[in-house]
Design a protein around this ligand. Structure first.
Ligand code: NZQ
Ligand code: ZN
Length: 391
């Protein structure tokens, strides 16, 4: 196991009606004037936003609001939010929504206290300082409620990049599984896929002897395989939603990624798809993961065979372990299709003729060195081959 440090100071308020604590929590973590940041309207329609405002008012906390965060959040609204925070002397940002609202809130939080262009953080500069952020989560997916990360699409070129720093880990996150019951089944399944991807991206490691994190990841994957079909069949299954919600947080706050190298090539390859076609991140990952895993299988056949046996219940073939490894990838693919995810470029709305453009932005955009690195280093030809496997 590698040396590591792990700092995860987020307060989690989990359960039914937890959003009624929003005002009290903002105050506890030092907020006096809040920017409420939310998405395209689901939180308004469900009445959640009104409940959050009532909670702030009851706690005597002032607020301004900025809605309109799109899935795959854009740089334009971040600039607007930064301006608003400065003008209104906001000292706390409360995101109400999913990964997109939370990531946009984190970007505003970092940009509001930075003199330069906030995009510097999305071009490699680490975030050391930010306004405090709290979240009220409405979809189990990105894990941004517990992560030190934010992903934004730059409208000047439509490419997607991430930024990191413990300063943007939420001070608190309100997790009420009942809030996810209004999600359409497709969005629920996209979230499940993203959570599974966060687990796989950590499972694919070059670090030996990481049994504890391997086993944690396997437990979370098994939970997703058990709970996802239940929640797709019955969107009001609170207990299944509760298990998925906590798994989603555990999958990405890095508790099961410490002390080991991680992959993230599937995410990088997917990010170009959701940036260009504006597809849901989870849907893009459903198409990307089986292609990437198939392409890199020989880098460590036994790792793929291990997850196949321990998670997917495949029989170990000691003579031909690659057969076991492949069976595990096929089981993943079949599972994702069974919960309603797309399986190829066409179903995603992606086009073969765009592959050169996707590869160029992926490998060379924003100062990248002609390749991406993770479990394996993949050059432009590798990435083009991987996109072709998705046709
Ligand atoms: O905008 P509204 O109207 O709220 O609608 C959203 C949106 O259309 C809807 N929705 C959310 N909660 C709902 C709901 N509809 C009905 N009822 C509810 N309770 O669902 C749609 C998707 O929301 P979004 O926030 O985009 O989903 P998600 O949480 O999957 O976030 C995706 C973004 O997170 C990034 C992705 O790249 C993508 O941009 N990621 C962020 C990470 C991080 N910060 O750590 C890591 C991830 O790997 C990921 O890259
Ligand atoms: Zn993700």
């Amino acid at each position: 196991m590698n040396n590591f440090h792990f700092y995860s100071p987020t307060w989690f308020e989990f359960g039914k009606d937890a959003e009624s604590k929003a005002g009290e929590l903002v105050k506890r973590f030092g907020g006096g004037k809040v920017l409420i940041h939310y998405g395209g309207g689901s939180a308004v329609r469900s009445g959640l936003l009104a409940r959050v405002k009532a909670s702030l008012e009851a706690a005597g906390v002032g607020y301004v609001e900025l809605g309109g965060v799109k899935p795959n959040p854009r740089s334009g609204l971040v600039y607007e939010g930064i301006e608003l925070c400065r003008r209104e002397q906001v000292d706390f940002i409360l995101a109400v929504g999913g990964g997109s609202a939370i990531d946009s809130a984190k970007a505003i939080a970092a940009g509001a206290v930075y003199e330069g262009d906030f995009w510097d953080f999305y071009s490699g500069k680490r975030i050391e300082k930010a306004l405090p952020v709290g979240t009220v989560l409405t979809i189990s997916a990105a894990g941004s409620e517990g992560s030190p990360d934010s992903v934004i699409t730059n409208e000047n070129g439509m490419f997607k990049r991430g930024a990191s720093g413990d300063a943007i880990r939420p001070r608190f996150s309100i997790l009420n599984p009942a809030l996810t019951q209004t999600l359409p089944p497709y969005q629920t399944a996209c979230g499940v896929t993203d959570i599974m991807a966060h687990l796989y991206e950590r499972y694919l490691t070059n670090t030996p002897e990481v049994e504890v994190t391997d086993r944690l990841i396997e437990a979370l994957l098994l939970t997703m395989i058990h709970e996802a079909p239940r929640v797709i069949a019955d969107p009001n299954n609170y207990e299944a939603r509760a298990n998925i919600m906590w798994a989603g947080m555990m999958a990405h706050n890095n508790a099961c990624g410490v002390g080991r190298s991680q992959d993230w090539n599937s995410h990088n390859i997917e990010h170009e798809l959701s940036a260009l076609y504006d597809c849901a991140h989870g849907a893009g990952l459903a198409v990307t993961m089986p292609a990437v895993f198939t392409y890199v299988i020989n880098h460590d056949v036994m790792r793929f065979a291990q997850v196949a046996v321990r998670v997917w219940g495949c029989q170990m073939d000691f003579v031909h372990p690659e057969r076991t490894a492949r069976a595990g990838i096929e089981a993943l693919r079949a599972f994702l299709i069974s919960i309603g995810m797309p399986k190829n470029f066409a179903e995603l709305g992606a086009k073969e003729e765009d592959i050169p453009k996707l590869v160029d932005v992926l490998c060379n955009g924003d100062g990248r060195p002609g390749s991406i690195s993770g479990f394996m280093t993949l050059n432009e030809e590798d990435c083009a081959n991987i996109y072709r496997l998705m046709l």
